[in-house]
Design a protein. Sequence first.
Length: 565
Amino acid sequence: MTQSGDKKTRQFSSKVVDGMERAPSRAMLHAVGFTNEDFNKPQIGIASTWSMVTPCNMHINNLADEAAKGVDSSNGKAVIFNTITISDGISMGTEGMKYSLVSREVIADSIETVVGCQGFDGIVAIGGCDKNMPGCMIAISRLNRPSIFVYGGTILPGCHKNQKLDVVSVFEAVGARANNKIDDSELAAIEEKAIPGAGSCGGMYTANTMASAIEALGMSLPNSSAQAAVSEDKRLDCERAGAAVLELIKNDIKPSDIMTKEAFENAITIIIALGGSTNAVLHILAMAFAANIDITLDDFTRIGKNVPMLADLKPSGRYQMAELIEIGGIQPLMKTLLDKGLLHGNCLTVTGKTLAENLSDVKPYPEDQDMIRPLEKPIKKDSHLVILYGNLASKGAVAKITGKEGLCFTGTAKVFDAEEQALQSILNGEIVKGDVIVIRYEGPKGGPGMREMLSPTSAVMGKGLGQDVALITDGRFSGGTHGFVVGHITPEAYTGGALAIVENGDKITIDAENKELKLHLNDEEINRRLAQWQQPAPRYNRGVLAKFAKLTSSASEGAVTDKLD
């Protein structure tokens, strides 16, 4: 059998199915539903992150079907396949959370493996929970075949006593219960009502941050980041993405044509304007590395000097993503930033048009909204993501400073070698005003896996200490974290960073204005302590966590596992 389809649009699948010698391959594909005509069509892999382990992804099988319809109706052949997801929200505060960042790499590796092996000509990747987005994008960059990312969409708010709820409401309720501000029945009511259905966590947490960043990057269709998970808009988004990837193939537009340095700068700009998650720093670094684009921590500082924080969104603000959707999503914000010269309008996008062309007809937000501030009246005049250096972070650290916490904090160290120890101390009332909670050996190698510290930071807020204590760590923070926090401290404690030799009672200063993280010890004392320090034994010697610990780069390099040179 000889195929007659255009090999220019079947650059990869033709090598798998064309010609007499590929008859065995075609025979197997007949069994999964291919017709003879399908072998002449571009094959599109639909990477679905569907899973019933989390509400973020429980609906994505339906979205994958809609994307497949879009492909098939545009003379392509869709092939749906699955990859994994884990739930940050469920595993938070447990040993299992160490697998969270690891899952980003597993997702990337698995998509690359399937697409590379099967010879798909294009990709539609659909992600829900936090690590899905960067995992999909890393794979898309590595493969560099015409591709579109589709966000699975945000959850709708829960409600209790006329107050809107989300998952962070529950974490903070735990702290409030520990402080006897609420009783068991109140905690149970919040628990039961916070998560009403499918979709990713509702504030400007990591999932919504990364979805917005990827849209600004040009790798999602306009408005993909700002649609409810269960909605007609999201269904159509998936169907349109399936059709659009065929146009990308026809016009030979690849991710490397879209994900340029300027496009990454656009993504960083949107992250800052929205008050997005600190995880975005880690993931943007990893995505840029996969795309062979030179983005560093210092790019966040450079861009952040000129970009204000404008969005009054949770966790530090009042509103949820579902409410931002009601006033137009992020497109009007992008149009405002473009008009002020803060976005690069010439960047190509998956529509085949430039960012400026996509935004040309976008209408402004309603005049009576107060969710997205005017540029002249920002929440913070520059970035809330502050890159700190100093003798505690010679290779950098990431602080989330919205200004509501203040810009400088000096306090006394209380040191913990694991998250669980710190959480128990907070709940037991052992943390007091003026403390700097130090959680170490939670970095990429030391954890391993760089757990998020949502449980301790939420406990701090629930205890009413948000203005009175700070928390620093070589681990990460959930996008739901707020308060005076510094994470991603590099070098991490496990590799001999100065964090390893901090002792109870040491004075520490976090200075967001001068961008410094300082341990108040002289170099002689620091070197004396380091000379006596011994690296702890690895916590895992086999399996995926051990593999990650051995291969991962530092947090300041995105914690990627394929930086082998």
